[in-house]
Design a protein around this ligand. Structure first.
Ligand SMILES: [Mn+2]
Length: 297
């Protein structure tokens, strides 16, 4: 890899719906880090759970007219993680992501807890990068239970890297986070606002406020969705988005600047029916189709 360090990557025998297409513009990487989950751990099992669920969905995207079965994915396996050091893991994550980003691939990361996004953003090392995050929580705390690198603080760390952040689906917010968001110009949309404004108007506002961004990254915390649709998450929060709203917004806001996305916080042990992993697989398929179409145009 570029900096001469060991590439911490373990090829996995399980692939996303069996895809192993080297020529695909989409790289899939599992990042099963599950160290700071405060309520319902288990996200370390999500990459393989989503890979398995993907076997049973269709890969023609009716929303975009793109057949992702033809485009395919290159599932390169999982990042090898340290069992307890979050800082060491973020450094490994940033190294692996940087390696694939430098080879001009769109990197899809499957978590793991939301903390991994901090390592991913470091690895992208882009001037003018903006992050659009779907999440019930703002994740803007300075620290949580004494830890700075925690899933409740991830957007705060990313914001401190100088990255512009926009949040959608926000509804579990502390006063500290609200004040930080206001002081630092971090805009967010609650599910109630999305419902009142409508998908097109929300997308228009997002497009307007990301005009100056040179590249875009999308982070999808599955708890941004309503627990009725995504019950198997680490910290469920009522009154969330529905899947069609999430996918329609993504389809409207993506363009050529998108460099990657992640899907985090699914906890398979709490996903008794398996529907959260199926939805995770579907979101990966549809989001990739939207990005592929936007890059073609
Ligand atoms: Mn969250």
């Amino acid at each position: 890899m570029s900096d001469g360090r060991l590439l911490y990557l373990n090829e996995n025998s399980r692939k996303f719906a069996g895809f192993n297409k080297q020529s695909s513009p989409f790289i899939i990487i599992g990042i099963p880090m599950d160290i700071t989950s405060s309520y319902r751990p288990g996200s370390r099992f999500a990459p393989n759970s989503i890979r398995d669920a993907a076997q049973y969905i269709e890969f023609y995207s009716i929303r975009t007219g793109i057949d992702m079965g033809d485009v395919g994915f290159n599932d390169v396996g999982d990042i090898i993680l340290h069992p307890s050091s979050v800082e060491e893991n973020l450094s490994r994550i940033s190294g692996v992501i940087n390696y694939f980003h430098e080879s001009k691939k769109i990197v899809i990361s499957i978590g793991g807890e939301h903390t991994i996004s901090a390592g991913i953003i470091k690895g992208l090392q882009k001037e003018g990068l903006c992050v659009i995050s779907f999440d019930a929580h703002l994740d803007l705390r300075d620290e949580y239970m004494g830890y700075k690198y925690d899933h409740a603080c991830v957007m705060r760390r990313i914001s401190e890297y100088g990255v512009k952040i926009l949040e959608i689906g926000s509804r579990a917010i502390s006063r500290e986070e609200l004040e930080y968001a206001r002081r630092n110009g971090i805009a967010f949309f609650t599910p109630q606002q999305v419902r009142l404004l409508g998908v097109k108007e929300v997308a228009r506002k997002i497009i307007n406020s990301t005009q100056e961004c040179k590249s875009l990254y999308i982070s999808i915390d599955m708890d941004g969705l309503d627990p009725a649709y995504a019950p198997g998450v680490a910290t469920p929060e009522p009154e969330g988005l529905d899947p069609t709203t999430l996918l329609d917004i993504i389809n409207l806001i993506v363009d050529k600047r998108v460099v990657g996305f992640d899907i985090v916080e699914i906890s398979p042990p709490y996903d008794i029916s398996g529907i959260t992993s199926v939805l995770g697989a579907k979101i990966i398929m549809e989001t990739s189709a939207s990005i592929y179409k936007a890059k073609l145009l």
